[in-house]
Design a protein around this ligand. Structure first.
Ligand code: BGC
Length: 704
């Protein structure tokens, strides 16, 4: 690739740093892209020097674009086609926050594997996924695209997702490369408002926010997308601390960096560049390789280099990384790699892909409450109410290739049991005849929540109650004295106080292509729910951010028997969330006993085996996700009251008991300082093992 680089003109090299939508090359094609493309001031020559394309609709379109492009390319350097394949290409899996609820990284692997196989039939080479952004703020709409609030869980999910995309190597057909995003700290947007300022301490950055991006890179992500926000006042897109100190020097990563959509140009609005020439200067010196959907490099980098303001070596380094990625993707051998309308017919939306999506959906649901009404009897007569009874808008945001006509609605799958359906949410719209029919049912199933377009990018909400008149509709049903099951469709934690009186609450999130059939399986007990919350559900918006791995504070509130007035608490609400991280019920009853540590004194080179007995005290077989948390009582800096270190999912037959084992090593006791150093301190630790972050057995040990 170095030889090729030497043969390229300055303009050709700069072109490699430009990413534009594919219709620029074939103006007659109308290919979908995310967001408006503003005036880029690009002439035909500059367009045909561009190195990559954003989004593509089908194999035919890709082949046409690549062919036209290569006809004009002096060195025959192919375009890379990149796209957002977030939770499936056409076979849509549950949204990422739902997948995280499975606590089963294998689901993330399967989702990415099937996405790669399906997407590559359209000639897509790179997916802008996974999103490794940690968030503690459910007001932020992009919570739906992430894996929750915990660095260990997020890291496990993104690691497998990356591996799933890559398969047995990005050079092979059917595999694609991953671009982890949004580097870094995007999930901490102040007040949950998208694109807003981020102001986090270095210690938080290193210990909470950065580990998952790093894990994705270690797993093989070849690209990193920068985030829209600032960090320490510098937009991440040009932030040399992130892109040079952390990524290159500290993590030794050679990944290609790419801006988010138009985010290089946005440094003008951030107020850190006077004009587009300064934008280009800050980008290339900051460490940004590819500029997505703006044109500072194409229009200004050449003069910056000619004038001696920018060293050409910075350009060469960036271009070499991009050429190497093209080589490693096998594009020099076959620029049309993967693109095949024939393959698409057999691979895309195949029966086995849909089965995998259905299994993922089963594991992604969380039973939040059940007073015994679930599972339903196979003969149960159901009154099905609420907007999501008949809606197909339940696959979730970022399913731009997902086809809605392949999904059955809830009404369709529950057809044999339904005696009445109504999707109105306004209780005033129910007539006396409606009420009489509802009363004939054994139970009311309410399918309520937020529309899939109320979460996702640029879809923040300040109030996160169930919108519209759905709570009133629930009240109306409750006042009839009917038993009810509430199915929740949503892309973020919601405030659920008003619907607590429902006899059962099932968090469905957005479950993708197989949503309705999977929900039916859970309702009738063909499948036993096993998901756990990957993010805390607040009691009200005023508690936000509420998360399980908080610090203790100097005046911790010790509970109802704590009569000290001057402690860290609210006057009007408890400190605890409505539902804690790691919480989720099952149709089985799991009991924990006999927590045992192989030793209570561990040296730096030893490990501790932690064992616990888990018993399924019911006649229903099911899966339980057991979680191990650690607290470091005394360290150089204040440490969280607990941190998830390990989790495992086990299957239990009726009344089966198992001894579950975890291993604690020194790595589990290490933590980051604000300097980025990973350290540990000898002394006392607490180990907690249980069914959620607020229900566990515990013991202490010492690191000597
Ligand atoms: C989003 C990214 C996405 C990109 C390209 C941006 O608006 O923030 O997550 O990958 O568009 O579609």
């Amino acid at each position: 690739m170095k030889n090729l680089l030497k043969q390229m003109s300055m303009k050709e090299k700069i072109g490699q740093l430009l990413q534009i939508p594919p219709f620029f090359f074939v103006k007659d094609l109308k290919i979908e892209v995310a967001g408006p493309v503003e005036e880029l001031h690009l002439d035909e020559e500059k367009i045909f020097f561009a190195g990559s394309a954003l989004g593509i609709g089908s194999a035919e379109e890709m082949i046409e674009v690549q062919r036209k492009y290569l006809e004009k390319s002096r060195h025959k350097i192919p375009l890379i086609f990149m796209a957002d394949i977030i939770h499936g290409y056409k076979t849509i899996f549950p949204v990422p926050i739902a997948m995280a609820s499975s606590f089963n990284p294998e689901i993330a692997y399967q989702c990415a594997r099937i996405s790669a196989k399906e997407a590559s039939t359209s000639g897509i080479h790179v997916s802008f996924s996974p999103m490794a952004d940690l968030s503690r703020d459910p007001r932020w709409g992009r919570v739906v695209e992430g894996f929750g609030e915990d660095p260990t869980l997020i890291s496990s999910m993104v690691e497998q997702m990356v591996k799933g995309y890559i398969g047995d190597g990005i050079e092979k057909e059917g595999n694609i490369a991953s671009c982890v995003k949004h580097f870094a700290g995007y999930g901490a947007s102040e007040a949950g408002r998208d694109y807003n300022t981020v102001d986090i301490s270095k210690i938080s950055l290193y210990s909470q926010y950065l580990p998952a991006y790093r894990k994705a890179l270690e797993a093989g992500s070849r690209m990193v997308m920068t985030s829209f926000n600032t960090l320490d006042g510098v937009p991440c897109t040009v932030n040399s601390f992130l892109l040079r100190d952390v990524l290159r020097n500290n993590w030794k990563s050679n990944a290609v960096t790419i801006s988010d959509y138009d985010s290089l140009k946005q440094i003008l609005a951030h107020g850190i560049a006077e004009d587009m020439k300064e934008v280009a200067y800050k980008g290339i010196t900051g460490g940004l390789d590819i500029e997505m959907a703006s044109s500072a490099y194409s229009n200004h980098l050449e003069s910056l280099i000619d004038e001696g303001i920018v060293d050409e070596r910075l350009l060469d380094e960036a271009v070499l990384r991009i050429l190497e990625l093209k080589r490693d993707l096998g594009l020099f051998d076959n620029p049309y790699k993967g693109a095949s309308p024939e393959m698409a017919k057999t691979i895309v939306l195949s029966e086995s892909n849909l089965q995998a999506a259905r299994k993922a959906a089963h594991e992604s649901m969380i039973l939040l409450k059940n007073d015994g009404v679930l599972p339903l009897d196979s003969q149960a007569k159901i009154a099905l109410l609420g907007p999501y009874s008949t809606s197909r808008r339940v696959v979730g945001p970022w399913s731009w290739h997902g086809r809605r006509d392949v999904h059955d609605t809830l009404e369709e799958v529950l057809n044999d049991n339904i005696i009445y359906v109504n999707c109105e949410e306004d209780p005033k719209k129910y007539t006396k005849e409606d009420i009489d029919r509802i009363k004939e049912a054994d139970i009311v199933v309410l399918a309520i929540g937020e529309d899939e377009h109320l979460s996702g990018e640029a879809h923040s909400r300040s109030k996160i109650r169930i919108p519209g008149k759905q709570e009133q509709m629930f009240e109306m049903i409750h006042s009839l004295g009917m038993k009810s099951i509430t199915l929740l469709f949503n892309g973020r934690p919601l405030i659920l106080d008003q619907i607590q009186q429902s006899n059962a609450l099932l968090e469905c999130w957005f479950l993708g292509s197989e949503s309705s059939s999977a929900i039916k399986d859970i309702l009738f007990g063909t499948v036993n729910p096993s998901g756990k919350l990957p993010i805390s559900f607040p009691r009200n918006e005023g508690q936000i951010p509420v998360y399980y791995n908080h610090l203790n504070t100097g005046r911790p509130y010790l509970g109802p028997n704590d009569y000290n007035e001057y402690v860290s608490k609210y006057l009007d609400i408890e400190n605890t969330p409505m539902y804690a991280f790691g919480y989720g019920l099952s149709y089985s009853t799991f009991n924990y006993s006999d927590l045992n540590l192989s030793t209570n004194r561990m040296t730096e080179t030893e490990s501790i085996t932690v064992s616990v007995t888990v018993k399924n005290d019911s006649n229903v077989e099911g899966d339980e996700i057991s979680q191990l948390y650690i607290r470091d009582y005394v360290a150089r800096v204040s440490r969280p009251v607990k941190e998830l270190k390990h989790f495992q999912k086990n299957h239990f037959k009726e009344f089966q008991s198992k001894v579950i084992e975890f291993t604690i090593t020194l790595d589990d006791l290490k933590y980051y300082l604000g300097t980025g150093d990973l350290v540990f301190d000898k002394g006392r630790f607490q180990v907690m093992v249980g069914t959620s972050s607020d229900s566990y057995l515990s013991d202490d040990f010492e690191l000597i």
